[in-house]
Design a protein around this ligand. Structure first.
Ligand code: 5GP
Length: 250
């Protein structure tokens, strides 16, 4: 894959879309990125769900009424939106994303699988990162442990989580969230490389796999937080590249 020349493509290439199943830690990882790298712009979504204790309007979400969300959809104010966990609507306000990209900032959306698929259609040059739990049991433990959902809501989220985990091959890169700090650091590394260039195999940091010959047009790097190495082993399958699964070795 060669670096894009068109300015619009360069702007788009700075967008990272982070998705993954419920309770995998997307929000926590995004917050860790924000804390350590204020230069990274992270979208604040609109949602019709009620705020949880401690959540601040305009910081964690824009908490809006159903009517207001309807208006945003009708006015095409949302880059993508979806009903998540069959419970509430969530959407990415379009204006701030376009502004951040125009300003050349490395930018990130933290959204669900349905939203990621929509962005894939409108901004195919974005980098799609799948955040994955170390195991199914660990995912359940995290969901139960955070204690923010009722039993019924937890069950519903776990059904969605199974579907979302199955979608991992649709993504460009997988990060296994063993530990928040490491996952956030890996995400930032990816974003900075993405900002510098979209030529993944030629911009990866010194790592054993760099010497592995890759065809730029047919390969993207895979990043594993567990082995902490680049794995340029992706194969392009139809229109998407498929990345080798991260294998836990530590
Ligand atoms: P929560 O209610 O736990 O904050 O979020 C539920 C789910 O909604 C998470 O998977 C989160 O990634 C997703 N989500 C948050 N904001 C957006 C958004 O703007 N668009 C979409 N499609 N999903 C979102």
């Amino acid at each position: 894959m060669s670096a894009p020349n068109h300015p619009e493509q360069q702007r788009r290439s700075r967008l990272v879309v982070l998705a993954g199943p419920t309770a995998v830690g997307k929000g926590t990882v995004a917050a860790a990125v924000r804390d350590s790298h204020p230069d990274v712009w992270i979208s604040v979504s609109a949602t019709t769900r009620a705020p949880r204790p401690g959540e601040v309007d305009g910081v964690h979400y824009h908490f809006v009424s159903d009517d207001e969300f309807d208006r945003m959809v009708a006015d095409d104010d949302l880059l993508e939106w979806a009903v998540v966990h069959k419970a509430a609507r969530y959407g990415t306000p379009r204006g701030p994303v376009e502004q951040a990209l125009r300003a050349g900032r490395p930018s990130m959306l933290e959204i669900d699988l349905q939203g990621a698929r929509q962005v894939r259609r409108t901004m195919p040059d974005a980098l799609f990162v799948f955040l994955k739990p170390p195991s199914w049991d660990e995912l359940v433990r995290r969901l139960v442990g955070r204690g923010t959902e009722t039993e019924e809501e937890r069950e519903r989220r776990l059904v969605t989580a199974r579907e979302e985990l199955a979608a991992e091959p649709e993504f460009d890169v997988t990060i296994v969230n063993h530990e928040v700090r490491a996952a956030a650091d890996d995400l930032v590394t990816l974003m900075m490389l993405r900002t510098a260039s979209t030529s993944w195999s030629s911009t990866a940091p010194s790592a054993p796999d760099r010497s592995t010959p890759t065809t730029p047009s047919s390969a993207r790097a895979c990043w594993s937080t567990s082995v902490r190495s680049w794995r340029p082993t992706c194969r392009r399958s139809r229109s998407r590249s498929r990345c080798a699964r991260s294998t836990r070795t530590s």
